[in-house]
Design a protein around this ligand. Structure first.
Ligand SMILES: Nc1nc2c(ncn2[C@@H]2O[C@H](COP(=O)(O)OP(=O)(O)OP(=O)(O)O)[C@@H](O)[C@H]2O)c(=O)[nH]1
Ligand SMILES: [Mg+2]
Length: 374
């Protein structure tokens, strides 16, 4: 089935024109340009001023909208973690390229604006002024239409970032990671203000979620992540996002292991990923914790918690505090820079076994209503 683009008919009905973001921007600009009431002693003076105002105002409207479209992405690109997320989700440098093309369009628009205003001074009569304005509108339209794909790209990036938590750089950040379905989100709900969805199947969490916890002097950002299967070069989009949080945002990682088998993944494969990360990120504090201790208590000597009963959470907090720097000052993500990963569809990432726990939602502490994370 072919997808139909929304269309807008031109005045001359010259056929359908795809309605990109430029259509609305140009409509606003031309409307603003048409609402000018120049003051002048003589009619030729007023005619020239009207032409100049049409040019200047429509140009200013377009430039303002281009800047508005670019701003959220430009701000995000200044933050290392979000730049890395965008680059992995949209392709390396996609955001930067769109921003650069928009900047170039702005420069060109300023140039034709100056040029056209100069031409209004040289235009001998009313008709010539009309021709100057029409020519300006034509060039303005083509410059704005040229950046339609870039505006679409920037809107896509802005929507993507809007759906993700904005981490505050320089703040202590605990990234909760591990295999799918092992109980990461349940534990995040225990440790922080976040209330992510909890269910008994893998990849319930498909993008990052943020909660906070009070560390006394400092606030800790607690990041819930999608599950990671650790298949080199075959990560899906959600896994790539989780990996990026580990590499670019984490002050420390809470590595959640499920020894019960109810996640559908064996403890051995989870241990392999843990060992690999320890080797790959030697400077990153990684805190392993076994969860679902209410189902299986195996006395491995490792920290063990139950997100259902809360058993072991106090001891876990002690371990977390001991692995975090004293204060948030000079906090930098501690892992090595990430590799470029290719995505694979989710279906391929799901296990074929049926050892999944029944869907259930953990009880919500009262704090949920106060400090709900984005
Ligand atoms: N008995 C018991 N079940 C738990 C515990 N923690 C999580 N579960 C269950 O395990 C299943 C998966 O929990 P989630 O918290 O969604 O796991 P997750 O790691 O976030 O899963 P994904 O987002 O899919 O990667 C759910 O059915 C939970 O109810 C626990 O401590 N004890
Ligand atoms: Mg989850």
């Amino acid at each position: 089935m072919t997808r139909r683009l929304p269309v807008r008919r031109t005045r001359a009905d010259a056929g359908p024109v795809p309605a990109g973001p430029s259509v609305r921007i140009l409509d606003l600009a031309f409307r603003r340009g048409s609402r000018v009431a120049p003051h002048g002693k003589t009619k030729p003076e007023r005619d020239r001023l009207r032409a100049e105002l049409k040019i200047v105002r429509s140009s200013a409207t377009v430039l303002r909208h281009l800047r508005l479209e670019a701003r959220p992405v430009r701000d995000a690109m200044a933050r290392d973690f979000e730049r890395a997320l965008v680059s992995k989700a949209f392709g390396s440098g996609a955001g930067e390229r769109a921003l650069t093309r928009l900047e170039r369009a702005e420069v060109r628009i300023r140039g034709i604006t100056r040029e056209s205003v100069r031409e209004t001074h040289r235009a001998p009569d009313h008709e010539s002024l009309g021709a100057v304005v029409r020519a300006f509108y034509g060039r303005l339209s083509s410059f704005v239409r040229e950046v339609d794909p870039d505006l679409d790209c920037l809107r896509g990036i802005a929507r993507y970032l809007d759906a993700r938590p904005q981490l505050v750089p320089g703040t202590l950040t605990l990234v909760v990671a591990g295999f799918p379905n092992v109980g990461k989100s349940s534990l995040v709900a225990r440790l922080s203000t976040a209330r992510p969805k909890v269910a008994g199947y893998p990849f319930t969490t498909l993008s990052l979620a943020l909660g906070h916890a009070d560390l006394g002097f400092d606030r800790l950002q607690v990041v819930d992540t999608p599950g990671i299967l650790g298949r080199a070069g075959r990560a899906n989009r959600a896994e790539v996002e989780a990996q990026t949080a580990v590499e670019r945002a984490a002050t420390a990682v809470l590595f959640v292991l499920d020894p019960t088998g109810s996640s559908g993944y064996s403890l051995e494969e989870q241990e392999r990923l843990l060992a690999r990360w320890r080797a790959e990120y030697p400077s990153l504090p990684i805190i392993p914790v076994e969860t679902k201790s209410d189902l299986l208590s195996r006395g491995s000597g490792r920290l063990a918690v139950s997100a259902v009963t809360g058993d072991g959470v106090e001891a876990l907090w002690k371990a977390i505090r001991s692995r975090l720097p004293e204060r948030a000052a000079a906090v930098e993500p501690t892992a090595a820079p990430g590799r470029e990963e290719e995505w694979v569809p989710f279906e391929e990432a799901r296990p074929s076994g049926d050892g999944m726990a029944v869907e259930r939602t953990l009880p919500r502490p009262a704090a949920a209503r106060r400090g709900r994370a984005r």
